[in-house]
Each structure stands twice: as structure tokens, then as C-alpha cells.
Design a protein around this ligand. Structure first.
Ligand SMILES: Nc1nc2c(ncn2[C@@H]2O[C@H](COP(=O)(O)OP(=O)(O)O)[C@@H](O)[C@H]2O)c(=O)[nH]1
Ligand SMILES: [Mg+2]
Ligand SMILES: [Zn+2]
Length: 351
């Protein structure tokens, strides 16, 4: 946008704009940049440097999600979707053999887990894998600290997942406690809240916004199950200039292709396995297995190796079935086109 004013650039930067996106604009008249802040059925809510508008998606555009940057043309329709810096992916829920993008261009991932009976290290590792895959900085937010008799114990366990892992225990119902999360934001920083239903994501959003913008609690969850339309993703601008994306309705987070994210989450296992005697060691009964040795020495938890295996296998299976489906579709459409061409030739021959 060579002609954009400084004010407009400032406003865009406040929405998370930067050189990565600017560098994709080679045509001065390509349209004005806008960030996708809301996703409905066929409409998208986008924020430009100066206004919030509702635009329609159209056939032929790549899939668009909250956090994406698009260019809006004169007519008020999307002319282009800019390449993503990063995105959060999971296997589409249910039986669908596909990948679903939860959010794009995110800097910080708050992995929200409550300190009650729902607390699960395996689940935190699952979310960490997705966050690492999306190249976001993960922060483990342990909610309902007020309901936990001995928070020090679970906090210690989470610390065991990685010495450089950031952990924030909070009471989301107390604004002062939740405000520790504000330090993760600069103007234009985008964060996403990930975690199971009921973990306290919307409660945190409200605490950070200083206003009740998201519905919380049991009533909403019961409601969301019956009516799909109530589930929508949106990005909110915090009073401190940060941007936050709540992700309602996550009942299962199945990994799609996520090998690098899993590897980064289990860096200790990956590192140890470099010293295994066999390069294809499965870390089960092989002699000279450095991972088993570290488990026996109490350096690596056995639970952790189990979960590492589970997540690696899960992402491989899901990635393979998506790849298979795409290959099938491609060959179907190829043979369909061949068929059509053959049909046309036949008709021509008849004439
Ligand atoms: N005591 C306590 N309750 C909380 C806390 N955070 C959330 N809750 C409650 O947990 C329930 C689920 O919270 P909600 O924000 O809707 O979870 P979400 O599904 O992750 O958005 C609500 O009844 C909240 O009031 C917390 O830190 N302490
Ligand atoms: Mg919620
Ligand atoms: Zn091994």
C-alpha cells in the first residue's frame, strides 16, 4: 500500500500487520488490507485500518479463518487472501476426513486447563503440539486455582513438561489474578485461547476485556450442543491493544499433520533417542535404548513416552487419511475431465 498514510499503517500494525504481509503486496491497487475478526456461515467480519465491515466469501478463494489477512476491493468484496505466517490446525471434528484451521497468524497460545479433576498433562501436551506446530509461544494457563487445595503439586508437574515452559496459575473470576496474562500482549500481539469446554476461556476473555463480552458457563455449553449457529469464532481487541481469539466448542482436539509440533513438545525424548543404538529404535525393548534408560533413571516419565507415541501415531494416521482423500479427489476429477473431453470428441465426431 504505497499510498497509505502513517495513521493507516499504525492502525494496521495495531491489528498485527507487519513486513511479512506488507511484502506480499506488489500491486498498489490490489485492495485495502483487512484482518478477519469474525467468522459466520458465509459472511466474514473484517477490520480495516478505519472500519469494521461484513464481507461475503466467494467461490475460488482459499479457506479463510479468524486471524487471516485479506485484501478488500473497491466493491467491498475480498480480492485476495494473504499467505499466513502460521496457523492452528486440527483434524476436523467428527467423521470428516479433513483438516480444520482454528486460527491464523497467532503469536501466543494460551493453553487453558483447570486445576480441578479435569487437569490432564496428556491434554496439555496435545495442545502444546498444536501450538508449537503453529509457531506460537505457548503459555499454560492453569485456571480455577481458587478451587485447588494444593496448586503447587500440579504446577510442578506442568513444569516437568519443559524447563522453559511458561505457566500462569490464575483465578479467572478475579480480574486482578487474570490480569497477569496482559503482560503477554504488546499492541498488535495476537493470542488464542485453547482448551476444553468449561476450562474457563470465556471467563478469561471477559476478565481481560474488563467487560462481559463472551457468554460463560454451563448454560451456554448446553445451548451450544443443540444449536450449531451459536458457535462462532471471533477476535476481540483488548483495552491494552492486544488481540484475543476465543475458540468455543472444542470438544476434541485431534491432531492433523503435526509431526514437528510433537517433536518440539517432546524435545527431551527426541534428544535422548539420538543416542539409541538403532536409528529406527521404537524405544520398547531394544538393547541400547537411551530413552528407556532415561525412563529407568527417572529422567523421563513413562507416561510421557506413551503420550509421545500416541500423538505421533494419531497425527500420522490423520495426515495420511487426508492425503489419501485428496489424492482420491484429484484422480476422480482427472478421470471426470478425461471423460468429459472424450465425450466432447465423440460428439464432434458425430457431427
Ligand atoms: N472458581 C472458578 N471458576 C471458574 C474459573 N474460571 C472459570 N470458572 C467457571 O467455570 C465455568 C466455565 O467457564 P467458561 O469460561 O465458560 O469456560 P470455557 O468453556 O472454556 O469458555 C463457568 O461457570 C465459570 O464461572 C476460575 O478461575 N475459578
Ligand atoms: Mg467459552
Ligand atoms: Zn530407543
Amino acid at each position: 500500500m504505497p499510498h497509505a498514510s502513517h495513521d493507516a499503517i499504525d492502525a494496521l500494525n495495531g491489528l498485527g500487520w507487519g513486513p511479512f504481509f506488507q511484502g506480499q503486496i506488489t500491486e498498489p491497487k490490489a485492495g485495502q488490507p483487512a484482518r478477519v475478526v469474525g467468522q459466520h456461515r458465509r459472511k466474514l467480519e473484517v477490520q480495516t485500518a478505519s472500519e469494521r465491515i461484513v464481507v461475503s466469501t466467494r467461490a475460488g478463494l482459499p479457506p479463510i479463518t479468524v486471524g487471516d489477512w485479506v485484501l478488500v476491493g473497491e466493491s467491498g468484496s475480498i480480492s485476495r487472501v494473504l499467505e499466513r505466517r502460521s496457523c492452528f490446525r486440527r483434524k476436523a471434528p467428527g467423521a470428516a476426513v479433513d483438516e480444520q484451521v482454528l486460527a491464523a497468524n497467532v503469536d501466543v497460545a494460551f493453553i487453558v486447563c483447570s486445576l480441578n479433576e479435569d487437569f490432564s498433562l496428556n491434554r496439555i501436551e496435545r495442545y502444546l503440539s498444536v501450538a508449537h506446530d503453529a509457531r506460537a509461544t505457548p503459555v499454560v494457563v492453569l485456571t480455577k486455582v481458587d478451587q485447588c487445595a494444593d496448586p503447587a503439586a500440579p504446577i510442578r508437574e506442568v513444569r516437568g513438561l519443559g524447563s522453559d515452559l511458561c505457566i500462569e496459575p490464575v483465578n479467572g473470576l478475579d480480574a486482578a489474578s487474570a490480569s497477569v496474562l496482559l503482560s503477554w500482549f504488546d499492541a498488535g500481539t495476537t493470542a488464542v485461547l485453547l482448551g476444553s469446554s468449561g476450562a474457563g476461556k470465556s471467563t478469561l476473555t471477559n476478565a481481560l476485556m474488563g467487560a462481559k463480552v463472551q457468554t460463560t458457563g454451563a448454560i451456554r455449553e448446553a445451548d451450544a450442543k443443540g444449536r450449531h449457529t451459536t458457535t462462532r469464532r471471533s477476535m476481540l481487541m483488548l483495552p491494552n491493544g492486544g488481540l484475543i481469539i476465543d475458540t468455543p466448542g472444542i470438544r476434541e482436539l485431534q491432531l492433523s499433520e503435526c509431526e514437528s509440533g510433537v517433536a518440539k513438545t517432546f524435545a527431551d525424548i527426541e534428544q535422548a533417542s539420538a543416542s539409541c543404538r538403532f536409528t529406527d529404535c521404537a524405544h520398547q525393548t531394544e538393547p541400547g535404548c537411551a530413552v528407556i534408560q532415561q525412563i529407568e533413571q527417572g529422567v523421563i516419565e513413562a507416561r510421557r513416552l506413551d503420550n509421545y507415541r500416541t500423538l505421533l501415531r494419531e497425527q500420522a494416521v490423520n495426515a495420511q487419511s487426508v492425503a489419501d482423500r485428496r489424492a482420491r479427489e484429484k484422480s476422480t476429477s482427472r478421470s471426470y475431465k478425461k471423460h468429459q473431453r472424450a465425450g466432447r470428441r465423440f460428439k464432434k465426431g458425430e457431427d
